[in-house]
Design a binder for this molecule. Structure first.
Ligand code: MN
Length: 203
């Protein structure tokens, strides 16, 4: 059963001025689309063909590099689009999620500082994540390329509930080499409502 590319849940320009329309269009319509196309080609006719993306990622060490790269690429971008919202439309960080972040990091500011450090120091291409660990607490990790914390090969495993793409294709048109500025802009377009739902589901 082939995977499909869902449309962005908002207009290409909905995250302006933080994430620009041209980057969103290219990122979704070309990059994410290519991961879906290449994932489908990599699983066609194999026993992965009828598995969910989560099942594929959980045993990705046994799969080909194409499945690892494109399966991760599909899952990661699907999550990314859905934890973003136009500025002011994503709700506030509150409730159980805020309490879990404060318990893990001491404060929301400290969480953001540690997340930024993880996202900034990820050399080359990859992702920074807020994950729910097996014990229900939250933590920060980062992964190279299109790996993610659901993969059996991940150094730190957990359920990702917030992710930031730090590939240059995610920010170069607007931010060029200034990845830290892109990370700062990200907080303006996070949908805390969406992250809270993922947190509740993951616990
Ligand atoms: Mn990307």
């Amino acid at each position: 059963m082939a995977f499909t590319l869902a449309p962005l849940p908002y207009a290409n320009n909905a995250l302006e001025p933080f994430f620009d329309a041209q980057t969103m269009e290219i990122h979704h319509d070309r990059h994410h689309n290519a991961y879906v196309t290449n994932l489908n080609a990599a699983i066609a006719g194999t026993d992965l063909d009828n598995q969910t993306i989560e099942e594929i990622l959980a045993n990705v060490s046994k799969a080909s590099p194409a499945v690892r790269n494109n399966g991760g690429g599909h899952y990661n971008h699907d999550l990314f689009w859905n934890i973003l919202a136009p500025a002011g439309k994503g709700g506030e960080l509150s409730g159980d999620l805020k309490a879990a972040i404060e318990a893990a990091f001491g404060s929301v500011d400290e969480f953001k500082a540690q997340f930024k450090a993880a996202a900034t120091s990820r050399f080359g291409s990859g992702w920074a994540w807020l994950i729910v660990k097996a014990d229900g607490s939250v933590g920060i990790t980062s992964t190279p390329n299109q790996d993610n914390p659901l993969m059996d090969i991940a150094e730190v495993k957990g359920t990702p509930i917030l992710g930031l793409d730090v590939w240059e294709h995610a920010y170069y048109l607007k931010y060029q080499n200034k990845r830290p500025d892109y990370i700062d802009a990200f907080w303006n377009v996070v949908s805390w409502d969406a992250v809270a739902k993922r947190f509740a589901a993951a616990k």
